[in-house]
Design a protein around this ligand. Structure first.
Ligand code: ZN
Length: 213
């Protein structure tokens, strides 16, 4: 591998596989294969391929020769049926991503498609709290209500208890705000005391929720 040795003299290894210029230079400048580039980095050649795709670096052979099922499952750490099957390649905001049919897909959405369920126009949600999971047993199509539950979990809506009553009320929010203002408690401590998510405390304090209190 004389060519590789030559490249290694110019690049510190492992190479910065998240730098588009480095990848472009190695691939187009030095003519290295994806596997050779992967050998210089801590990630797999599938990940290098995903990076190049997301940076818009063209490939010498533009067609993906392997079928999508192969490319997909090569990027997944499969486990038992009840376990999370974790995406090991390129991610965006925690969700796996992969190019398929000329488009960048979220991996969990493509997982639905590969299992015969068309996700177009629908939300695909996780029953596990693992965005990188592509186990179809942990995925379902979301309704508006499911999306609301998601929004609550993300702190965009007030939290409710098991009887559909808000966990916080006007009285509590006033207490929380004055305690916080007095500097007696951190938001984290308040979250613990009132049994809600820290984001709910933050939103209540800043008037994102309970703005009428
Ligand atoms: Zn899962």
């Amino acid at each position: 591998m004389g060519q590789l040795t030559e490249v290694e003299q110019y690049y510190e290894t492992p190479i910065d596989h998240e730098d588009p210029d480095t990848l472009r230079e190695l691939y187009w400048g030095h003519g290295l294969s994806l596997r050779a580039i992967a050998d210089l980095s801590p990630v797999s050649n599938d990940t290098i391929l995903d990076r190049m795709d997301s940076f818009g670096i063209p490939r010498r052979d533009k067609t993906h020769t392997e079928p999508i099922e192969v490319r997909f499952w090569n990027r997944v750490e499969e486990g038992a049926e009840r376990d999370c099957w974790v995406w090991t390649a390129s991610k965006s905001r925690g969700y796996g991503q992969i190019r398929f049919d000329g488009e960048l897909w979220k991996a969990h959405r493509l997982s639905m498609l590969l299992h015969g369920e068309d996700p177009s126009g629908k939300n695909v949600l996780h029953t596990c709290d693992n965005k990188a999971c592509v186990n179809p047993n942990h995925l379902y199509f979301g309704s508006k209500r499911d999306n609301m539950i998601d929004a609550i979990e993300n702190g965009k809506l007030p939290e409710y208890d098991g009887w559909n009553r808000p966990k916080l009320n006007g009285e509590k929010v006033k207490e929380i705000r004055s305690k916080y203002k007095a500097g007696e408690y951190s938001q984290m401590e308040l979250a613990e005391e009132y049994g809600v998510h820290p984001t709910s405390i933050c939103n209540a304090i800043n008037g994102v929720t309970w703005s009428d209190v």
